[in-house]
Design a protein around this ligand. Sequence first.
Ligand code: GLC
Length: 640
Amino acid sequence: MDVAAFLKSITQPLGQLEAYRQADLQARVERYLNDLQSGLQAVYPQAEAVAERVAQVIGQNLAQRPAELLALDLKRVHAPDWFQQPHMHGYIAYADRFAGNLKGVAEHIPYLKELGIRYLHLMPLLLPREGENDGGYAVADYRRVRPDLGSMDDLEALCTQLRQEGISLCLDLVLNHVAREHPWAEAARKGDLHYRGYFYIFPDRTLPDAFERSLPEVFPDFAPGNFTWDDELKGWVWTTFHSWQWDVNWSNPEVFLEYLDLILWLANKGVEVFRLDAIAFTWKRMGTPCQNQPEVHALTQALRAAVRIAAPAVAFKAEAIVAPEDLIAYLGTGAHYGKVSELAYHNTLMVQIWSSLASRDTRLFTQALRRFPQKPPSTAWATYLRCHDDIGWAISDTDAAAVGLSGPAHRRFLSEFYKGDFPGSFARGMHFQENPATGDRRTSGSTASLAGLETALASGNPRLIHLALERILLAHAVFIGYGEGIPLIYMGDELGLLNDYDYVQDPAHKDDNRWLHRPKMDWAKAEKRHQEGTIEHRLFHGIKRLLEARARTPQLHAAFPTEALWQPNPHLLVLKRAHPMGTLVQVYNFSEQDQPLPWETLRTEGIVQPYDRIEETIAPAYLRPYARLWLVQPPLEGKL
Ligand code: GLC
């Protein structure tokens, strides 16, 4: 299809357009049609016909896009770096656990604003299957909100309120699978051939067995194997996660068109960022682990190009918890450079923060960051310390060996340390999905409990409590200050919420210990943030201070790269951000002892009178335990 034909199709449902709007749409099509078509051509033999249908889906949704969101589209076109700016701070929460329901979330907007939040990721809230549903990641209807949380109108109203307060809403788009109870799956179970084509269904074990030879297991404990026999289907259906989460077949263009329509429909309600859940798994290829296949990126490129034409205010965030060399492709490499997701999770940064807190040694951290691929400047990482999932100890054997460690031994150490089993460990957590076949053991637990607050409180020792709080603040400073993306605060961490051992009381949760770190918000504790001397006050204001410092530090714009510097002290992590407005050097002390400032390194970077942007004062001569400094050289006249 050429630009004129595509434009004609998308504008058809819009009627007569004024010249400006027509020119605007034409500019978008000219810019993105090629990305769309090359993405489609890489996966669908009938790409031309699919493109025509894409144009229709865009046109229908454009016709429904509210004026306020068209205005947002325009704003974003003029501020394409909106998600990269140093004031973009994110918060992750379950709507019900945070505030009961969507109306409750709206009532707590002032709390989010007080902390400095500009981006809110509300965990799955679309209608899931009943009973077990993987925390909402088994969606039965993408066009309905979970009734206990509210209605689609409530969601739309919440988006509007958030937008008016300068907060962007991020929602999960679960695009690798649907619930067994989703209408597509129901139709397939009834024998509808059209919908059977939405899934991978095999009559016997021949192909499943062949695929299994190279497939890993995501939940070896409670959902072993990747295929499930279904009596109604009379076949084996692909189920990477649980037996009731059916993988959809993206090699069928109908699936592409369904999800495109869904994204645009939700975008018209006001959703601004889509978290592309489990995106790594969306293309299958015999003889491979069926993750990170090249087609995944071609499809994302096509999807994004269509969304850029229809709703340029929208951004994608890839949830791909994969090795760095695979991860970088989700922000764009090769032909897809800068053409796929705007955001992706920086899993390595998260793992390395925990690793250095346990070992009090930063050499592996520095090594891993230095070997980490550079992202396209127009993209950003989502940086974080905790989220609703377990921590997988993704330490690369190559990096470990480079600093004289054994990868498997260090991974074993970390899982033991964070369970609290390792002698001297400050942590309290649980093993998640222990896999005897691979030796893999992941970890569940809340930030505060993993960082030692639970054991410190049990000991009643004020020094241990102090150290635990400093550790939590150090960890936050690292991912908030990292600078290549949006830092995401996980609900409750700003107050030090501990592990929630009550999860076992709920039959739908008891077998999944990730609920250990999915507590309910404790608003009585939140009130204590106003009382000086409380844990809540120290953490809330400590984190708020970091966010405020970040917002006023231009060096933390995500377009600029971060470099980890080697220096002789193994307890210090030193990160450099070169910037036209002056270099920023961050120094983090990962030990419980005082450490000298790394003068030599600072001098090499032109910082001789280090000034700390967090405290807005001249840096102290030495670093206290777990100290964090964001240092610049003030200009001679002393003005920053
Ligand atoms: C993502 C989610 C995780 C879920 C999985 C399957 O990894 O973060 O919670 O279990 O996808 O949807």
